[in-house]
Each structure stands twice: as C-alpha cells, then as structure tokens.
Design a protein around this ligand. Sequence first.
Ligand SMILES: Nc1nc2c(ncn2[C@@H]2O[C@H](COP(=O)(O)OP(=O)(O)OP(=O)(O)O)[C@@H](O)[C@H]2O)c(=O)[nH]1
Ligand SMILES: [Mg+2]
Length: 194
Amino acid sequence: MVIKSAELDIVCGITSTLPRNELPEIAFSGKSNVGKSSLLNGLLNRKALARTSATPGKTQTINYYLVNKELYFVDLPGYGYAKVSQTTREKWGAMIEKYLKKSPSLKAVFLLIDIRHEPGANDKQMYEWIAANGFKPVIIATKSDKIPRGQIKKQTSMILKTLGCPPDTVILPYSALNRSGRDEIWEEIGKILQ
Ligand SMILES: Nc1nc2c(ncn2[C@@H]2O[C@H](COP(=O)(O)OP(=O)(O)OP(=O)(O)O)[C@@H](O)[C@H]2O)c(=O)[nH]1
Ligand SMILES: [Mg+2]
C-alpha cells in the first residue's frame, strides 16, 4: 500500500467511550516495550508518528491512526509493565476486553512478541482474549535484528508452540531497525482487508 496520509485521529483514555468507526480497524497488541509503536511507524514510513520510548509503558491510551483515510491502525497500550498499580492494570484489562468485544469494525488483531523471549503469562492471556473474541491473531516476532538470521525459524516455532497456536497461524518476523518483514506484513494486511 502506498501511504498517502497517516495521522493520529482519536485517543481514548482508560475509561473513555470507544468510537464507533465505520472504517476497518487493525489492532496492534503486545507487552510494553515489544515494539508496537515502532512497527506502526515502520509500516507508515514515519519516524515518530507513534511515540516510542526506551522506557516501557509509553503508550497508555488506545491510539487510532487514520491511514489513507481508509483504515485505522489501533495502537493498544502495552501490558506487563511492572510499575503500574494493580488498579490501573485491572482498568487496562477491562479496556482491552471492551475494545475486543465492542469494536464492530475490528478486522484483525496483531500480537507482537519479542523474538528473543519465550511468551509469558501475559502474552498467553492476551492471545486467549483475542482468540476468545473470534479473531485469529497474526503474530509478529519483533526485534528480529537482535538474533542471528539462522535462529529465526527456531524462535518463531518456539513462540507458536508456547502460545499454543494452531498450525496454520501466521507468524512474521520484523525488525524496526532495518524494516525487514515490512512487505510481508503489508501483504497480510492486504489479505485481511480484501
Ligand atoms: N533493535 C530493535 N529495537 C527495537 C525494535 N522495535 C522497537 N525497538 C526499541 O524498543 C523500544 C520500545 O519500542 P516501542 O515501539 O516504543 O514499544 P511499544 O511496544 O510501543 O511500548 P509501549 O508503548 O510502552 O507499550 C524502543 O527503544 C525501540 O527503539 C526492533 O525491531 N529492533
Ligand atoms: Mg507504544
């Protein structure tokens, strides 16, 4: 897809009412610091449209990026950030569940997992929430530049196995550093929007 325009259109706080969008939405979820905002910037050819940070917990709102005035990329707040209070964590869970349940235009959910690490309890829960709401998550194995090429296959197989994904699950390695995997992700988005 040629990116003609991309802008932050809607920001939803932890307790705000979700918008009723007519345009299709694709959501990006994953642990804090896994690279959600970096992936969005890479897909949209922007350096800093979505705020990224070495400090986890940067994105604490649901951010809707309008792409080419024809679809939304939705940056979900990251989970597993140790420094947030239990109350915030519960509100976060409620918000994500509400988002998954109550977004009629939601077409697909991408789940980002750091290619170096075995998915944790939070990742498994997120995977289950996504699946329980009728979506087949597309897994993005982020930060692929951090491991030798020869280990990519082994790591992606491990991630699918740990999450308990069905064998036909799509998993795509991505690096925000050199943007390898970007074309494959766009190809997948194209299929979803068909
Ligand atoms: N080497 C490398 N670093 C990455 C990659 N993707 C993200 N990072 C770095 O990881 C850190 C976190 O990236 P973000 O994109 O802000 O992560 P996020 O998932 O949006 O984090 P929250 O908003 O806190 O949930 C930043 O320092 C990024 O530069 C990647 O593919 N390769
Ligand atoms: Mg972010």
